[in-house]
Design a protein around this ligand. Sequence first.
Ligand code: ADP
Length: 263
Amino acid sequence: AEETLRQAQKMEAVGQLTGGIAHDFNNMLQGISGSLDLMQHRIDQGRAAEAGRLVETARQTVERAAALTHRLLAFARRQTLDPKPVNADAMTRGMEELIRRTVGPGIQVELRLQDGSWAVQCDPNQLENVLLNLAINARDAMPEGGHLTIGTRHARLSATDVAHEEDAKPGDYVEIAVTDTGVGMDEATLARAFEPFFTTKPLGEGTGLGLSQLYGFVRQSHGTVQINSKPGRGTTVRFYLPRHRQDTEEAGETAPAAVPGIR
Ligand code: ADP
């Protein structure tokens, strides 16, 4: 069955976020404490060389803990947004070349934009970052090549659609969907995908901040987000940004599509 990250599950993941970080930090402190105990033991036994190696182990753990707090602080600082009306279609088109170059020649990039004149209300720099991050995730999920599709459409979200999102209201949204034909996510990965610093990528390759940044961006923009993924088949990340009020009454727009999968 297709793995869908339900809103409730996602909220739970975010609720566990602080706990998760505290847990990691505590593990590091326990590691240091253990090294110190053992060190004392070795010193008592007169085994200085072994004690020296334990000093090194403890020092490395301290560095990892310091790096964690630095990333945490940088993440917290990054959350200031400057929302304004943005044409998501024009922005995506403007990024097409950058996205193609980022994913490389092995991945076909297709834009399915409605080229609507409607604008969304969000921070344009953050939207660019988010799109690029999603393209990078798609690339990483398709080491043998594949297909990346970025689509936009108008969506009308009902009260039920946004029931789990305290900052989002029913109304007109633009849906931005980023789909890849990559490795997909298993249930355990999907459950933690929005968690800051959660990554399945090798050290130095993943920061684990891409999707948590997307989540923070969407929430602060009063929108909503969902991920559909199936191992071996691929992933679709759909996020919804509220239409800018001025454009909402515009005539001649495309009829809103039904939004499947949002409950
Ligand atoms: P990072 O990409 O640095 O690991 P993210 O927060 O963007 O951090 O993603 C967290 C994890 O979610 C990834 O390590 C990966 O396991 C999984 N993931 C994200 N996007 C995709 C995707 N398009 N396909 C498969 N797995 C993904």
